[in-house]
Design a protein around this ligand. Sequence first.
Ligand code: PFF
Length: 442
Amino acid sequence: MVQRGAWGSNVGFILAAVGGAVGLGNLWGFAYSASQGGGAAFVVLYFVFVLVVGVPVLTAELVIGRHTKRSPIAALGQVGGARLKWVGLMFVLVGFGILSFYSVIMGWTGRLLVDFIRGSVPEDTTAHFAAISEGTGAIVAHLVGMLLTILVISRGVQRGIERVSVVLMPTLFLLIAALAVWASTLSGGGPGYAFYLHPDLSRIFHTETITGAAGQAFFSLSLGMGAMITYASYLPGHGNLPAKAAIIALSDTLVAFVGGLVTFPVIFHFGLQQQVSDSAIGALFIAVPRGLLSLGGAGQVVGIVFFSALYIAALTSAISLLEVVSSAAIDSLGWTRARAGWLGGGAIALAGIPGALSSDWVGFLFQLVGQAFLVFGGLLLAVIVGYLWKDAARAELLSGFRSPALATAWIWLLRTVVPLMLAVTLYFAVLALGPAAKALFS
Ligand code: PFF
């Protein structure tokens, strides 16, 4: 039996888990969804969803991971017997699928970072994005991202993931804070803040706003696919898991919120509202570079900071995704970590090539594995922990947490509100698959 990895410290675990959660979803998906969902109306819904559904499911994943000390397939086998192993296997496949497109987007980010560093972003950012997002350049950038991810994973939990997270996450927080301060100096940003922070209540009761907030929260918190189970499986002892879940969820949400304080003034300052509502991807990779170009040298510096932040956020999330796949291969197939990292990561690198050739494929995969399957996974976890495994889950939770009343509330949420909300969200996520599939063939 290969020796299992372990975190060197509590802070190391928290930063790694926050690194997995904070990603492209925070810096882009959140602001975009907010812009479509009535600004602060969406933001409020999102917070409620994170508290009522996100934190309970995140806690459930941490409880399963620490209790079993296994990767998702073996962990679910231990929780529910062999008949539940398929859930763990599904998680691993979903992680594989998400990383296969996530790494392509990370590649676009890296490419724009290099372009800003070299000062070679052309005037026509639309044509530029078309050129770098599909084809050989996109494949190369995707492979570079996968290579970095594999290198970190093969070094191990403490010497790889933890060491990288402890350096990169504080750096990321600083970069984003600096960007928010810079954005506040932009003229004409006022209406941007107003749009972001004034709730348009007419939008709040739209099912799309509600389920959009739910899907975004799941993706952002990395729930429903065993990433948090995997990271928690390297936790020793009997720490306070709800406190950890709350810190992770709060940090993730705070970064998303501050990300909006960067994006909205920028969009309004440069008058990019139209381009943003045309496409989610367009705003980040086309509109923002175009705006920054108009600022000359200062814009170049901001561009470098902006795309460095995005790249760091993407890389630490990619690491958590590959760890799900690798840890399953280590636990279930008895592979060494290096072998699991290189073979697992190599297979994902190959599987990502279609995405680097077609951004519609990226969009479709996001809807399929990044939304529908995550919500489905969360629904299963809530039912498994709330109904099949509740006594053991409660005991595990209470081993490091002193409030039986809150433990009862947690189980109750997992049995009622959480599955209900997730079932409705799943329904809309499945409906959204149709248009995404259509885009593939048009
Ligand atoms: N949470 C990441 C983001 O917001 O970009 C994406 C993600 C990472 C989803 C890891 C799922 C996961 F397991």
